[in-house]
Design a protein around this ligand. Structure first.
Ligand code: ADP
Ligand code: MG
Length: 329
């Protein structure tokens, strides 16, 4: 089982950022309205994620770290089969196989919290009582301490943190209703309160994307009557001078995606007004009937497949083009 876990860990646990993504998604799945993330040394030394979600039942605590249906993968030749299993139900098991992990949780109905710990191997389920408010804390220390080959592939602390921060930003932009805090080496990087009103949402966007973006952005909120497609969010003015391709956030039904159809439609909409070397900057949300889109094409990538990509392309292009043409100087 240890080999299996480490193989799968190679798929799902590439770097601190991928660990954070899995753990934060669990917190959001658990209905948390507040998530605190504490990082040391780009995440390699420590990642501690605390949420106020529903928590995990004492009996389920060891199960949360164990892998289902993986005993089949015993030899390296089966490596390819791992991909087809998908990663569902495997994230914590994989992470725990390549780190020192502790999971502490308390449900509302429990008098105290319970904790399980592992050190890079399948745990001997020792459950101990612990002090913890309602919710869950996952602590991941010494990532890849037992897989030196993988550790060697990590970049500098700064680079690893940048990737991790990007994951937090994306999730924070996808869930205005959740408060996020991120600290790195003791320093507060993000302190984001729940944002209900449009003003509060814009404050969050400003704090993540910079006030220069939001100050120069146009508000979008358009619904296509025939198809029910809705596009809302913010598009940067073409005069916005940040010539980097990193301010491009597009969410489909709440999930950040990168998609050729979307990128093309947006680029086309900006085509008349983009100066050489500039990129469109946007934070946009597309909402559509879930039946019209497959989001889980690949769980660790950001792909989608639109059932009617033509419809989506035309809606995005027409909506944005009209807006952008209007704001031409
Ligand atoms: P998956 O999320 O695909 O089920 P994971 O390995 O990520 O697999 O998590 C295993 C299980 O542990 C989850 O299904 C969930 O029941 C529980 N769990 C993990 N993190 C949390 C959390 N922060 N709050 C509540 N339950 C959690
Ligand atoms: Mg998960």
């Amino acid at each position: 089982p240890r080999l299996a876990n480490q193989i799968a860990a190679g798929e799902v646990v590439e770097r601190p950022a991928s660990v954070i993504k899995e753990i934060l998604e669990n917190s959001l799945d658990a209905g948390a309205s507040k998530v605190d993330v504490e990082i040391e040394q780009g995440g390699v030394k420590l990642m501690r994620i605390r949420d106020n979600g529903a928590g995990i039942d004492k009996e389920d605590l060891p199960l949360a770290l164990s892998r289902h249906a993986t005993s089949k993968i015993q030899v390296l030749e089966d490596l390819e089969a791992v991909g087809s299993l998908g990663f569902r139900g495997e994230a914590l098991a994989s992470i725990s196989s390549v780190s020192r992990l502790s999971l502490t949780s308390r449900q509302a109905s429990q008098e105290n919290a319970w904790q399980v710990q592992t050190e890079g191997r399948d745990m001997e389920a020792t459950i101990e009582p612990a002090a913890h408010p309602e919710g869950t804390t996952v602590e991941v220390k010494d990532l890849f301490f037992n897989t030196p080959a993988r550790r060697k592939f990590l970049k500098t602390e700064k680079t690893e943190f940048r990737h991790l921060d990007e994951v937090v930003k994306r999730l924070a932009l996808s869930r205005f209703d959740v408060a996020f805090q991120l600290r790195h080496n003791g320093k507060v990087i993000h302190q984001l309160r729940q944002a209900d009103s449009q003003l509060e949402q814009e404050r969050r966007v400003a704090s993540i994307c910079g006030s220069a973006f939001i100050d120069n952005a146009l508000n979008v909120d358009v619904v296509a009557e025939a198809s029910g497609l809705r596009l809302w969010g913010w598009v940067g003015l073409p005069t916005f001078s940040r010539s980097q391709a990193d301010l491009q956030y597009f969410f489909v039904n709440g999930r950040m995606i990168k998609d050729k159809v979307v990128t093309h439609a947006v680029r086309q909409a900006y085509a008349d007004v983009l100066y050489h070397g500039r990129f469109p900057a946007y934070v946009l949300y597309l909402e559509l009937d879930p039946a019209l889109v497959d989001v889980n094409v690949h769980p660790t990538k950001h792909e989608v497949r639109f059932r009617e990509s033509r419809l989506v392309h035309d809606f995005l292009f027409r909506t944005l083009h009209r807006l952008i043409a209007d704001m031409r100087p």
